[in-house]
Ligand binder design. Sequence first.
Ligand SMILES: [Zn+2]
Length: 344
Amino acid sequence: MASRSERVAALLDRPPLRGLLRRLPTWHGVLVLNYHRVGDASAEPWDRTLWSATAERFDAQLRLLAREADVVGPADVPELVGRGRGRHVLLTFDDGYRDNREIAFPLLRAHGLTATFFLATGFLDAPHAAWWDEIAWMTRRATAAAVPAGEWLGEPVALPPGGGDADAAAARLVRVYKALPAERAEAWLAFLAEATGAGRCGPDDVAGTWMTWDHARELRDGGMTIGGHTVTHPLLARVPLERQAEEIDGCAARLRERLQEPMRWFSYPVGSRDAFSDQTRALLEQRGVELAFSFYGGYAGGRALDRLDVPRVHVGPAMDVPRLRATLSLPQLFARVDEKFSPG
Ligand SMILES: [Zn+2]
């Protein structure tokens, strides 16, 4: 069922409202859109909530942005907030999935647009399944009927052999992961490997999932911007200060070594309000990171910019062209995360 904001967006897309929408006054600030994966998720064993758009939808979104917005880079953000009036949009991608290079990049180039790619460097250096992807993979490979209730779960979670839906089970099990203290996360995955009967996902299973450093270089040389997203993608606020520093410094070191780029831009893994702390902010500040992006909705408007908490909007299946047009015209109303989305 369409949400209220989807119905409003559809209504605004019909004449005469559509014409009015275009004539609405522009706004101050920058709307930052966040993507993860682009392409066809339907046959993938991975977490399908990560797919932001099909190639066709992404192409249509870019066509609209090229016509009705000014797509900017991260370096433009500070001066646009509080001053620039317009429809300024920054496109961002998190994690470093290879479809970003293979599908999104050629489309961005075809439309003459730029985007920023935040890489979790551990996925490029030693390709392995991200925890959310591995959980989804396990639910699809499950031989057990359910993950039983017990130490980890109050209620059993039905798996496909027991009549459960793999995506729904994965969403539930990913939520458990996100609520755990970091030191118990690995034990939860080991338990699930056993309880689902799927075992652990090996390096061969993820072949072709992540970009290589050559891909990252191609993006950079093709006019894209590269930023950091830690090494192993932990929820930074859940790990001790020392480990946070290792994740931030390790990521910066690899960007410098492989791309000769300083880490000027960063996005917080998961990006919810509780995914980073004042300690995290202080570490980034000390290391000269210029902007750090969160992921709980909103846009960088108003008079002041919080450089270490630049808001972003989730692009998911609900972001069709009418919805994107409505968000561009009235970010005050539409720049919100209102979809179920777990990792990031
Ligand atoms: Zn991420």
